[in-house]
Design a protein around this ligand. Structure first.
Ligand SMILES: [Zn+2]
Length: 260
């Protein structure tokens, strides 16, 4: 059976409150053996950790403050997340990043919060899961600085152009995360899909968001990973198992074998 890893699924979302047993069983049934759950703020991290304890051989926690969750009291939010990180551990810092699409007004604060969490990544030696919405160049510039060049991570839900993909790949510590956007007519461009270095591409759903076509608009779940994988296989004229193998190897590398 094919072996996949969903590197980004918010199973802590209330969309899954009533049936996460079934959701995880369906994922397992199609070969999605491991699922990474990125927290978004100081509150939902507790649910993330609960689920990861309950499904300890399947689910793995990432902790961080999402750019859309940055509040007036962000210093307190960060302190709370860092306390949890020290106490419980995590396999990555995430979801972190910059969003100039939905949250343009808080971009200054987002930058401070992003930098602080990049410092954590260095200090705790963990990869980062990055949300870069209309901010890819800004995020890449930050990761190209001497201060943060050593940080490893993934640009999740990659939405960039061919040029931005090339710039991302120039930083050998970075990978891209591919999900439902790759299946949308108006989503990720085919030339970008064709140019992906599959040894530095990881699969993700971003559940419950961004369900791939033909499930678009419905709740997304980890079991849909092979739908996006199939799209990638078609565009690249590769067998599905080659896509599964490359992207799973990349994910294991991203998380340094912690989720093997
Ligand atoms: Zn996300």
């Amino acid at each position: 059976m094919l072996h996949w890893i969903d590197t980004h699924a918010h199973l802590q979302d209330e969309a899954f409150a009533s049936d996460y047993d079934a959701v995880i069983a369906r994922a397992q049934a199609v070969g999605v053996k491991k699922i990474v759950l990125p927290a978004c703020n100081e509150k939902d991290q507790h649910r993330v950790l609960e689920l990861c304890a309950e499904y300890s051989t399947t689910c793995y926690a990432a902790l961080g403050l999402h750019p859309g969750e940055v509040g007036e009291d962000f210093e307190q939010q960060l302190a709370e997340i860092q306390r949890t990180l020290e106490k419980q551990g995590a396999i990555a810092i995430g979801e972190i990043g910059l969003d100039a699409f939905h949250y343009q007004d808080s971009l200054d604060k987002q930058l401070l919060v992003f930098e602080q969490q990049l410092e954590w990544a260095k200090y705790y030696n963990l990869p980062v899961l990055i949300h870069a919405r209309n901010t890819i160049d800004l995020v890449l510039a930050k990761l190209e600085t001497r201060e943060f060049r050593s940080v490893t991570g993934v640009l999740h839900a990659f939405e960039g152009t061919l040029e931005q993909l090339a710039r991302t790949m120039k930083n050998d510590n970075l990978m891209v995360g591919i999900g439902g956007l790759a299946t949308f007519k108006n989503g990720l461009k085919e030339d970008v899909l064709r140019a992906l270095d599959l040894s530095r591409t990881v699969m993700e759903t971003d559940s419950p968001y961004l369900a791939p076509t033909p499930h678009r608009g419905k709740r997304n779940e980890p079991a849909y990973i092979p739908v996006t994988g199939t799209r990638l296989a078609e565009v690249r004229a590769l067998p599905l198992d080659a896509v599964a193998q490359s992207t799973t190897t990349a994910a294991l590398q991203l998380f340094r074998g912690v989720i093997a």
